[in-house]
Design a protein around this ligand. Structure first.
Ligand code: 13P
Ligand code: ZN
Ligand code: NA
Length: 255
């Protein structure tokens, strides 16, 4: 059955696991996540760039559209703005979304993409600042905070991810005090042990895009003439990745 994003995250908090939020682009993607959720008896969040959780809302008009369309939750992404602008932007959308009973996630600090070509200093300057995080939560009234501790969208360097777990721990203490859920974007490419450590340190929602998308694209490359079979195989490939994440996040069996 369908429950709200808020309920999913509260349950995850109560039992100490994390919920996967999977980006989907088409019907096969939606069906794959639902099939994996059913097979694993796991809660899940569907993330779509146009229409259930509205991911990375960096444009006010798009977000206002998402509010109208009746999403369960939205991510207000003002991470490209200055702190003051991000607070104003997030607070504004947050009050409108809360009036509709929606959960609001926002980002502080700024996630990099692998291809951004930043120097180490530039990259680290984008990490979430703890004092700013407290001000941000207090002034915006958000429900979930996406943090940057070295997590990146897309691939990690060959040397692997280098996450500041000490910072995650501090952020967790803060978000616990404020009753806010801790979110990690960029979950594709995080090794299993690291994901488990992050959950132990309080991460309650992981965003997964690249790994699901790549499994789909890989599957489409296989020679196959029957279009129905092409779509079925691609869906199965995505379902396998999603189901594996559900077991890793500890959400399998929790629906
Ligand atoms: P990845 O592509 O690294 O899984 O990141 C997904 C994400 O953060 C979507 O918002
Ligand atoms: Zn993201
Ligand atoms: Na990633």
């Amino acid at each position: 059955s369908r429950s709200s994003t808020k309920e999913l995250l509260l349950n995850a908090e109560k039992s100490g696991y994390a919920v996967g939020a999977f980006n989907v682009y088409n019907l096969e993607g939606i069906e794959a996540v639902i099939a994996a959720a059913e097979a694993e008896e796991s809660p899940a969040i569907l993330q779509v760039p146009i229409t259930v959780h509205y991911d990375h809302g960096a444009d006010k008009h798009d977000l206002l559209g998402a509010l109208e369309m009746g999403f369960d939750s939205v991510m207000v992404d003002g991470s490209h703005l200055t702190l003051e602008e991000n607070i104003l932007y997030t607070k504004n959308i947050s009050s409108l979304a809360h009036a509709k009973g929606m959960l609001v996630e926002a980002e502080l600090g700024r996630l990099s993409g692998t291809e951004d070509g930043l120097t180490v200093e530039e990259y680290e300057a984008r990490f979430t600042d703890i004092a700013q995080a407290e001000q941000f939560i207090d002034e915006t009234g958000i429900d979930a905070l996406a943090v940057c501790i070295g997590n990146v969208h897309g691939k990690y360097p060959p040397s692997g991810p280098n996450l500041r777990l000490d910072l995650l721990k501090e952020l967790r203490a803060l978000t616990m005090k404020k009753g806010v859920s801790l979110v990690l974007h960029g979950a594709s490419g995080l090794p299993h042990e690291l994901v488990k450590e992050c959950i132990d340190l309080g991460a309650r929602k992981f965003n997964v895009n690249t790994e699901v998308r790549n499994s789909y694209l890989q599957s489409l490359k296989k020679p196959e003439k029957d279009l129905v079979q092409v779509m079925e195989s691609a869906k199965e490939a995505m379902k396998a990745v999603v189901a594996e994440k559900m077991r890793l996040f500890g959400s399998a069996g929790k629906a």
